[in-house]
Design a protein. Structure first.
Length: 308
């Protein structure tokens, strides 16, 4: 529905000003902080997307996904029996089978997410993108993180973008599809809003900020614009689409701020793994350090959290 996006205007100074205020929000303390951090853990897509990934480090990642926080720390918080795990494990298509087998052997039902569709550049033919998606689903991925062709946005080919995402959605079948907009390469916040809308119209279950490989990844101005698009889409259609900031989120404080922003913009119902994810590889380590400090009153040494 091109009418929805033809007259979009984003007041960039106002968005940037609002984002600066977000950075100054006071964080929560004590038990409240621990609760928010455990909520953040359940929404993490624990990720490894390196050229040197092997079956062994994927197996290690899956063990950490099932046991994200040390058992004695969870017992101290009386949360050891709540089944706290991360939201998903995210890997390249070639490592999906390793992750599926490792999680099955561990006896847990954490979904495996796979990047696909020419990740991270998107500069591959559509036929190749669709084949990669189908392979990843065939290997056992239950979630697919596709990446859009930025050129279609930069040249205003909105119908072409819609058709590409629609075909990717079809190729995903029963798997959930997260559409990565690579917002740092879209040129303007208006393009971010338009691309968000097109991605949702084409059937995306989530929209995601970044691949983590761009110069600029998840930022609060982009987050505000994407969440406003999600809210508008929900008002227009009644369909709830998830949101995933990814790239550069490394500290527990940042994680809490993103959770607070989602609560502010979209409401408490979006604070579940079904509608909110954090894409991160090193964030979990800092969250565990903060929980360690909350429980013990001392800072963790490197060997205290060896799996982080």
């Amino acid at each position: 529905e091109l009418g929805w996006i033809s007259k979009v205007h984003v007041n960039r100074p106002a968005v940037v000003r609002h984002a600066e205020q977000i950075k100054k929000w006071k964080t929560v303390k004590g038990n409240w902080q621990a609760a928010w951090l455990l909520k953040a853990v359940t929404c993490i897509d624990l990720t490894t997307l390196s050229g040197d990934d092997t079956p062994s480090n994927v197996h290690r990642l899956c063990f950490k996904a099932k046991h994200p926080i040390r058992e004695d720390l969870l017992k101290a918080l009386d949360m050891h029996d709540k089944g706290i795990t991360v939201g998903a494990v995210c890997v390249y298509p070639a490592r999906v089978t390793d992750a599926v087998n490792a999680l099955k052997a561990a006896g847990c039902n954490i979904p495996v997410a796979s990047v696909a569709a020419g990740f991270p550049s998107g500069q591959t033919p559509l036929e190749t993108k669709l084949a990669e998606i189908k392979l990843a689903v065939g290997y056992g991925a239950r979630e697919i993180d596709i990446v859009i062709s930025r050129s279609l946005v930069l040249t205003g080919q909105w119908e072409g973008l819609y058709e590409e995402i629609r075909q990717c959605r079809e190729a995903c079948g029963e798997a959930h599809m997260k559409t990565i907009l690579a917002t740092g390469e879209l040129g303007s916040l208006a393009n971010v809003y338009k691309a968000s809308m097109i991605a949702m119209m084409a059937g995306s279950d989530f929209i995601k900020t970044s691949t983590g490989k761009e110069v600029e990844n998840a930022t609060f101005p982009v987050g505000v614009v994407m969440m406003r698009a999600i809210r508008e889409f929900y008002w227009q259609t009644g369909n709830k689409v998830g949101f995933k900031p990814a790239g550069g989120i490394r500290t527990a404080k940042e994680a809490i701020t993103w959770l607070m922003l989602v609560k502010e913009e979209l409401g408490v119902e979006w604070l579940t793994p079904e509608l909110f994810r954090l894409g991160a590889s090193s964030l979990l380590g800092d969250i565990e350090k903060q929980i360690f400090y909350h429980v013990t009153g001392t800072y963790a040494l490197q060997h205290d959290l060896a799996m982080a």
